[in-house]
Design a protein around this ligand. Structure first.
Ligand SMILES: *Cc1c(COP(=O)(O)O)cnc(C)c1O
Length: 385
């Protein structure tokens, strides 16, 4: 089976992990801050806070921005459930903004319309989470402009987008957001096994992120809450935080993986361009490349032109899998998940997301994929549709 995505682990990665296992520190030792610095440098942010998953990073990002009961968070319905669940963890409520049918990311026109209405109803969101779906950057400048007008905070969910660029700057530079979040799950751009990070340029937010990661306890790195004069060290629990720490084992793997990020992205881009050429004649819609951004190409999603294919999406999936191609579907729109339906969401609320869901197919794309693999995928797709 050719998988839709997979990690790429080298001997250097293995050696880096073994080195930690032979050292004094397994969990947060010297590797975690080194990894944080390397990530911050790579994405052009001042601070990076490493945690045990992208989901934890989203959770502490919401907490750092003060999200709580009575507050509202908006995100895209076409994303992994964690982008919405993070609001529920904080006791806030969630709503969605429909996608742009060409980019599959949050539509800024739909966002503006919804904001106008929410303002009249006095139900404006405190936080909006645009998701860089497939690695393609959202129209952040437009979303940022709306945040200035309507007073919401922005967390970029960049779990698909490490190594991508927007308006000439790396995603994660937070030029148009308060915090950006990445995941290092094995299918993502680089991996630490499980892992994630929240990056920001804001010193206060960074302090809060560090504390929420580790039980809400201050530390000597804290800039906003210095050591009380009558204490030996800075160790005050001032929030209710969590244990979301990354281990040194993971951080060492992350440092080693990060060195390969550029090569990973170059290869993905090359394969994506090649897909563009070899699939051009088929009745499918290929991913759009926004002139403002460079995708990190986490996923290669095509849309079937069902009227021309004469085969259901379900049939296309089954036939491709029968041919040994591990196609996948990203994603069932979050509002259609049983948990969210139980909260009151229903089909028909976000028609562009629902139409996308009926047509989308994620084709294999990963660093070690060969051109023969790719030709086989293209030939099978042609056969099947
Ligand atoms: C993977 C992913 C997450 C969650 O990351 P984990 O590291 O798996 O917790 C959140 N949002 C999106 C868009 C993702 O793809």
């Amino acid at each position: 089976m050719i998988p839709y995505g997979r990690q790429h682990i080298t001997q250097a990665d293995i050696d880096a992990v073994i080195h930690v296992l032979q050292s004094d520190f397994l969990t947060q030792g010297p590797k975690v801050p080194l990894f944080e610095q390397a990530v911050a440098d790579k994405v052009g942010a001042k601070y990076a806070v490493a945690v045990n998953s992208g989901t934890s990073a989203l959770h502490i990002a919401c907490l750092a921005l003060g999200l709580g009961p009575g507050d509202i968070l908006w995100t895209s319905p076409v994303t992994f459930v964690a982008s919405a669940n993070c609001a529920l963890y904080c006791g806030a409520s969630v709503d969605f903004v429909d996608i742009d049918p060409d980019t599959y990311t949050m539509c800024h026109h739909a966002l503006e319309e919804k904001l106008k209405q929410a303002e009249q109803e006095n139900r404006l969101p405190k936080i909006v989470i645009p998701v860089h779906m497939c690695g393609r950057p959202c129209r952040m400048a437009a979303i940022h402009e709306l945040s200035q007008k309507y007073g919401f905070k922005i967390i970029e969910d960049a779990c698909h987008a490490l190594g991508g660029q927007y308006k000439g700057k790396p995603i994660g530079s937070c030029q148009y957001s308060d915090i950006t979040v990445f995941s290092f799950h094995p299918v993502k751009l680089i991996t630490t096994g499980e892992g994630g990070t929240a990056v920001t340029n804001d010193t206060k937010l960074a302090d809060r992120l560090f504390r929420f990661r580790s039980h809400g306890i201050t530390s000597d790195r804290d800039q906003m809450a210095p050591r009380p004069a009558d204490e030996i060290w800075n160790y005050q629990q001032i929030f209710l935080g969590y244990n979301y720490r990354m281990t040194d084992i993971q951080a060492a793997l992350g440092i080693s993986q990060l060195e390969k990020l550029d090569a990973f992205i170059d290869r993905r881009r090359e394969l994506a361009r090649r897909y563009g050429r070899i699939l051009a004649h088929l009745p499918v819609t290929l991913p759009l490349q926004d002139p403002d951004g460079e995708s990190a190409w986490h996923l290669y999603v095509i849309r079937l032109k069902l009227a021309q294919t004469g085969k259901s999406q379900q049939r296309v999936f089954a036939d491709l899998r029968e041919n040994g191609i591990g196609v996948n579907l990203h994603y069932i729109p979050v509002h259609l998940q049983p948990w969210y339906r139980a909260l009151g969401f229903a089909p028909g609320q976000f028609p562009e997301a629902e139409q996308y869901y009926k047509e989308a197919v994620t084709l294999p794309l990963f660093y070690a994929m060969t051109e023969q693999d790719q030709d086989y995928v293209a030939a099978s797709l042609q056969d099947v549709i």
